[in-house]
Design a protein around this ligand. Structure first.
Ligand SMILES: [Zn+2]
Length: 350
């Protein structure tokens, strides 16, 4: 996803590359990790605690765990082959379900949070969409959405191009109607139009006062984040509002990243920051912003193992989704993924 591999406008630092440790890693990304819930703010669990427990047991037998920041920081001590566990969106599940299992298996992780839920007490659109989808059903939600769109902005729907995605196959498991609607919500209809409609539908569906409750139920609290940082977990930056960065101009991209950084800095006192790009998308402006903000590295959702070249470039570090790493039926580690970092494996992508 995003612009893969090398970037042309950043010359590798030749002097350093001589000493670059030959690190490889598989980065496995999780979002929500929970059992079924009866809450009205229930989210689709991307993984269950039972499966996560077994995944940790399997991975810990073969590889050490490492935080993303340590892997990227070439002056730090990091194993030659490791697994990086990441959690995006700062779900409360990280303390409720994941933390006891991580501690049981002696695993560390990097947790990527957005600032907006804390600074403004608002849900990220991505979760607002999921709550509405679940409550209203796809037909009810899309009907209400397009009706409201027409009422506010007319019958002509404004859609932005998907050029930034480089032909990425969006929502390949959804049928065409769902796919088109999700694309409109997340990638195509301008934020200035989609956001007020989602706010109105959310208030109409759940009650005007319910957003604060949904925020508390959905995301880690400030105390949780501090506790995780104290216990040695990396708190990473998932920007301010979880926008698709390449849809924004340079200044807005930089602001999105910078305000996410400021939030984490304030919270943890960290001085170096790893960023996970929302939805994995990034472009040359993103890289420029990352450089100007002097950040440590940027994680994408490009699905392959991390090789030494990725750590030299730093702004497009690949990452798997957990679904790519374990068999959906048996929950066994997929050799195609993890053999890429096994010892004595030749470098395949550098
Ligand atoms: Zn995210």
């Amino acid at each position: 996803m995003g612009k893969p591999g090398r970037t042309s406008n950043e010359s590798p630092v030749e002097v350093e590359s001589v000493h670059t440790p030959l690190r490889r890693a598989v980065s496995v990304n999780y979002h929500f990790l929970r059992t079924a819930s009866r809450s009205r703010f229930a989210l689709r669990a991307h993984e269950t605690p039972e499966r996560f427990d077994s995944q940790l047991a399997q991975m810990s037998k073969r590889f050490p765990f490492c935080r993303a920041g340590e892997l990227i920081d070439l002056t730090s001590r990091a194993p030659e082959s490791s697994v990086i566990l990441t959690f995006d969106d700062g779900a409360r599940d990280v303390v409720t379900w994941a933390l006891p299992l991580l501690e049981k298996h002696g695993a560390t992780a990097s947790i990527f949070v957005c600032a907006q839920p804390y600074l403004e007490g608002r849900l990220l659109e991505i979760q607002k969409i999921e709550f509405l989808m679940k409550k209203l059903g796809i037909g009810g939600f899309s009907g209400a959405f397009y009706t409201e769109y027409e009422r506010r902005f007319g019958s002509e729907i404004e859609r932005e191009p998907l050029d930034f995605a480089g032909g990425y196959d969006f929502y390949r498991y959804d049928d065409e109607e769902v796919r088109r609607f999700k694309l409109d919500l997340n990638y195509r209809i301008p934020y200035a139009k989609v956001v007020p409609i989602l706010d109105a539908l959310f208030a109409a569906t759940f009650g005007a006062e319910s957003e604060a409750e949904a925020v508390r139920e959905t995301y880690l609290g400030i105390d949780d984040l501090k506790r995780l940082a104290d216990r040695g977990f990396e708190i990473g930056v998932h920007t301010n509002r979880h926008r698709v960065l390449p849809r924004l101009d340079f200044a807005t991209q930089k602001h999105e990243i910078e305000s996410g950084v400021a939030f984490v800095r304030e919270l943890t006192g960290q001085t170096a920051f790893t960023v996970a790009y929302p939805y994995g998308f990034h472009d040359a402006n993103t890289h420029r912003a990352m450089r100007e903000l002097d950040l440590r590295g940027g994680l994408t959702m490009e699905r392959r193992a991390i090789c030494p070249q990725d750590l030299r470039d730093r702004w497009s570090i690949p990452r798997f989704d957990v679904n790519d790493c374990f068999d959906r039926e048996s929950n066994q580690m997929l050799a195609a993924v993890f053999s890429q970092i096994a010892a004595n494996e030749p470098e395949t992508t550098g």
